[in-house]
Write a protein that binds this ligand. Structure first.
Ligand code: ADP
Ligand code: MG
Ligand code: ZN
Length: 493
């Protein structure tokens, strides 16, 4: 950890480049299935194998998804954009070039509203979004021959990507995390991508530089690659920040370079000196005409855009009467938002639904070590319907809040319906005043000291009496009734 004075002296400046694999049925320029997890080299054809003479044909579906992403992030969509060849050699790139967009991308100047854990809102501007095809993959392990050689899998070759380039607006690793969370939510809500980092459908490169606070010029940046989780993005940024601050403090220069993050060592290491655009010999793709996105196409796509996180937020506030802060948290991911909404609808109690989801549900998910909510909901054993049933049991006075927490914990392991559990185990709240009064009499008879204290004016001992009575009734007494009856009994005692 960098000492506080140095932290105060230097600020970090971060710009993120996010590659997002769009969930189209086919690849970007051919009709091969765009699918993860098949046997190597089964989803290939002359186009995505890069065989001579094969010609690319642009997928309309891919452009529509890309358009959704651009509209959902408030980008300016350009009617005409141009595909370009980015030339480089790598064994997973049989053509020797990648079809991308360069000086005329289809979308520029967007923005993403991020909200960090402390509740601070931050607008990160987007420089551009462009479309490009993915490369194949090298396989270094998992085969009997892996020790001697590597394999090439071209199933991913030609898969449709968008690259979302932020401006260097990000100032901390928390902001980077918040930005990625918000961006991912938008892309998932807009049905552009699953954004599953484990499967590589979301990949992030971080550009990091440091400067003295108050400086107007940016420092020299390093670009860090190989960041395959949000946590690694944050850690790599922190590592880079410290490394660069130490360099500057020692009077040395930060070199512009590409670095690789090594999660096992939690450090970044130099990979190569930063390539410049001219190294790629970009030129317009001669096999594709310029892409024209008509105003009808744009308008139809905009109309069909699903509800975005920000719209959902305000709807939750007005429809379910929950505070704006709750709405923020609940809409961070679509899974949580959908879960909350189903509970709120079925229980008819939005505030209670929000409380349960924001505390118990989220805590349980965190406890299971699930960093990303999509993974945790897959294993979440409680359905919205059963949580709604639990809330209705509380609202109808059948069980009290304490019992509800116990029942919730048991729903986890058994998956049983709360109603059935309450009936079978006799967990209903005791509202029968006779039973409660009997318990109160016993407690009062056995606690003359406390009664005396109450009589002397120590009225806060009432809480102690309520606690004793709750214990005697197995925690199932209606706390409101207990409170009233205890007070009445003490005043008479
Ligand atoms: P390239 O395509 O060569 O990586 P770009 O100019 O497209 O370079 O910038 C890539 C990313 O670097 C953008 O996200 C941008 O915000 C970020 N960036 C540019 N300058 C800096 C800087 N001095 N410090 C941190 N990030 C930067
Ligand atoms: Mg870059
Ligand atoms: Zn193909």
């Amino acid at each position: 950890m960098l000492p506080e004075p140095l932290r105060n002296k230097y600020e970090m400046v971060i710009g993120l480049e996010v590659h997002c694999q769009m969930k189209t049925r086919t690849k970007l320029f051919c009709s091969c299935p765009n699918q993860f997890g098949d046997a190597p080299n089964t989803n290939v054809c002359p186009v995505c194998l890069g065989l001579p003479g094969a010609l690319p044909v642009l997928s309309r579906e891919a452009v529509t998804l890309a358009l959704r992403a651009a509209l959902a992030t408030d980008c300016t969509v350009h009617e005409t954009s141009v595909f370009a060849r980015k030339n480089y050699f790598y064994p997973d790139l049989p053509k020797g070039y990648q079809i991308s967009q360069y000086d005329r991308p289809y979308a520029t100047d967007g923005k993403v509203e991020a909200l960090d854990a402390g509740g601070t809102r931050k607008t990160v501007r987007l420089e551009r979004i462009h479309m490009e095809e993915d490369a194949g993959k090298l396989l270094h392990e998992g085969f009997s021959w892996s020790k001697e050689k590597s394999g090439v899998d071209l199933n991913r070759s030609g898969s449709p990507l968008i690259e979302i380039v932020s401006r260097p607006d990000i100032r901390s690793s928390q902001e980077a995390h918040a930005y990625l969370t918000a961006l991912k939510a938008i892309l998932v809500y807009a049905l552009v991508s699953d954004c599953n980092m484990e499967e590589g459908s979301l990949r992030c490169d971080a550009n990091v530089s440091v400067r003295e606070r108050g400086a107007t010029e940016f420092g020299t940046r390093a670009e860090v690659k190989n960041l395959n989780s949000f946590r690694n993005v944050s850690r790599a940024i922190e590592y880079e920040y410290e490394r660069q601050v130490h360099l500057v403090e020692a009077g040395q220069k930060v070199v512009q370079e590409t670095r690789l993050y090594r999660a096992d060592k939690d450090e970044t290491a130099s990979m190569r000196s930063k390539e410049d655009a001219h190294d790629y010999r970009y030129f317009p793709e001669p096999d594709l005409p310029p892409l024209v996105i008509s105003s009808e196409w744009r308008a139809d796509t905009l109309k069909a855009l699903p509800e975005m996180p920000s719209a959902k937020r305000s709807r939750f506030v007005t429809t379910y009467g929950i505070p704006p802060y709750d709405a923020e948290v609940l809409t961070l991911t679509r899974e949580v938002a959908d879960f909350f909404e189903a509970v709120a609808k079925e229980s008819g109690n939005g505030k209670a639904a929000s409380n349960w989801v924001m505390t118990e549900v989220m805590r349980e998910m965190k406890g299971r070590g699930a960093e990303d909510s999509e993974a945790s909901f897959a294993v979440f054993p409680i359905t919205p319907a059963s949580l709604a049933e639990l809330i209705r049991l509380i609202d109808s006075g059948t069980i009290n809040g304490k019992t509800a927490k116990d029942v919730f914990a048991r729903m986890w392991s058994s998956g049983e319906s709360p109603k059935a559990m309450v009936e079978r185990d006799g967990l209903s709240q005791v509202s029968d005043t006779g039973a409660i009064e009997a318990a109160i009499r016993e407690v009062i008879a056995a606690s003359s000291d406390q009664v005396a204290a109450y009589k002397k004016g120590r009225t806060n001992t009432i809480g102690w009496f309520v606690g004793q009575v709750m214990k005697k009734t197995g925690g199932r007494a209606n706390p409101k009734i207990v409170n009233d009856l205890v007070k009445a009994a003490l005043d008479l005692a």
